[in-house]
Design a protein around this ligand. Sequence first.
Ligand code: NOJ
Ligand code: CA
Length: 714
Amino acid sequence: MKRFLFFLLLLPLALVFTHCQKSVNQVYKLESPSGNNNIHFQLSPDGSPRYLVSHQGKTVIDTSYIWFELAGAPMLKSDFEVIGTEELMLNEDWEMPWGEQRMVNNHYNQIKISLQERSETHRIWNLVFRAFDDGVAFRYEFPQQEGPAEWLITEERTEFQLTGNHNCWWIPGDWDIYEHLYNTTPFAQIDAISKANNANLAQTYIPVNAVNTPVTMRTADGLHLSFHEAMLNDYSDMTLAVDTQTYKMTSNLVGSSRNNYKVKRQLPFETPWRTIQIAEKAKDLIASKLIVNLNEPGKIEDMSWFKPMKYVGIWWEMHLGVSTWDYGMTQDMGSWLDTGQKHSKHGATTENAKRYIDFAAKNGMTGILVEGWNTGWEHWIGFEDREGVFDFVTPYPDYDLKEVVRYGKEKGVELIMHHETSSAVTTYDQQMDTAFALMKSLDIHAVKTGYVGKIIPKGEYHHGQWMVNHYRRVLEKAAQNQIAINAHEPIKATGERRTYPNAIAREGLRGQEFNAWASDGGNPPEHLTIVPFTRMLADPIDFTPGVFDIKLSKKTPNPIPGVAQKNQVNTTLAHQLALYVVIYSPIQMVCDLPEHYEGHPALQFIREVGVDWEQSVILDGEVGDFVAIARQEKETLNWFLGAVTDENERDITIDFSFLDEGKTYLATVYRDGADAHWNLNPQSYQIETMQITKNRKTSFHLAAGGGLAISLKQ
Ligand code: NOJ
Ligand code: CA
């Protein structure tokens, strides 16, 4: 903490200038600290705000306009004049309580441009631009002013005029779920609507040809761009509508069919940041901290109650159909009756939980998630009337919550609570105090929340303002109760973990679960070579890696009703190991069944791998092809390295110059066997040890769909 204060006091250097001029055609130029990124702002001849972005002197976003459409008020679009500007520079280092690195540098130049309408309404609108060396960002402020105190935004129109038909990695602009496979196409071939009927999703709504963010692109010159937003709060998620003819993207906010507007705000207010990360090499996108830097400093003083962890769970067995979430009770007049219909497949039993705890304790994993512990699962997927079904405090008769917590404590394994809301959001809002009070009474400090199904009330979507506010309310209430949140079916991550470090992880992508039951055969081998350059730019991911029984030998033919095909995980075993380093999260699941790990030599890597990092070095990578990352563990200063490839086998050269000078490390290398292949022989692997120093460069072969995991101990 002392170190944190030191940096806060000594490094920030803020300079503020204010100019007052009334000008229509002046160009306002903002340069990033090194001068590599530039933003130009200029009003058009009719007084419409527009901007342009360049990198190393070359335009990357061509002239793009910004305007707002409002309910009950004229558009906020043209006839503006600049009534003032303010400039600011900041260079600070701040410390992450947990993260992929301890210290983060936040260095930018900023200009705030105040506009006022020349027409009668005289509305005032500020545009704030920030230029960083790893990209640019801007947002809009609506200050207190005369006129209506409440603004109803029917659409925000922020344009991003691309300079060509870039190659894009995109998911559809779904208002309800981000769990789509990434598509790789030129911009002109983006076709989100064709993804609208997706049999694997409990909820999905794709009204226009738009993409969700982060969306990542590579220009013909090899420059990488990624578009997202930061600090999404009391506003709607921004999807980007695509015009495939003109190569233009325009913000398209998620709406609600209950209202004639998309966002309702009282003055004064500000929008989330619109962000463009710019990198010459793909790997530098991953190194960028732009999104998290755009959020406000931490609001939780004491985070000592949360420790990054590896966790096991009564979870994968349900996705395989080995056991069930439900117990087989019936509901009568609002209370659950044990009518003796319990079937033998209920997963969350006291005994089973103890089995997982024993396994975790033996292998240095400090958390256990238990799903299906509370009454209500008989009335989960596919029911319309889900309000009031889950209460988050009543265990099934065969699960002794207190005993599981006690037993876990004795063994050094803490329980991660599970709250599947089934998107009955009002119920969760009503039950949250009671649910958190129970957790507090049992000294439980983390909960996995879930939002499967269409939002109740009907007409709201997962990503609209109403839900954005719900997710934020949960985070804030949890912070007050020293509870960390791992949300599934969440709102997108926008770097809020800086402000609320209890936002430890979230899903918000096609996770491991799809490999168990998706009717399209699961995530293809390339999936996790795209995710680090897209979804992972937003924040930590609860992907739940670690399947060893790659062919899913225990899978029952039909775990999810209507899905009968044979699935498997479409990677090699070494690829699964590498994910503990490649995918960042302060909580990493060890998701397979204990019997698949017992006695397995490769478990050693998972046992040892860190979860909280001093620093991360993104070694190499190309979006959709491969990625290699090294991370240094905080306390031990040991290094761990992970690399994964797509469906193509390849040789990669690892330059170990990230290691400390003068030290010899004992490296344990977990690599694909000579005959390994994600489909033909996924469980073939080999382990070897070697001495490695900083001067070493070594080539490794990765099988098709393969990976490489190395632990380097001093
Ligand atoms: C979907 C989540 O992604 C998954 O992890 C969980 O097991 C189920 N919902 C049940 O809550
Ligand atoms: Ca999910």
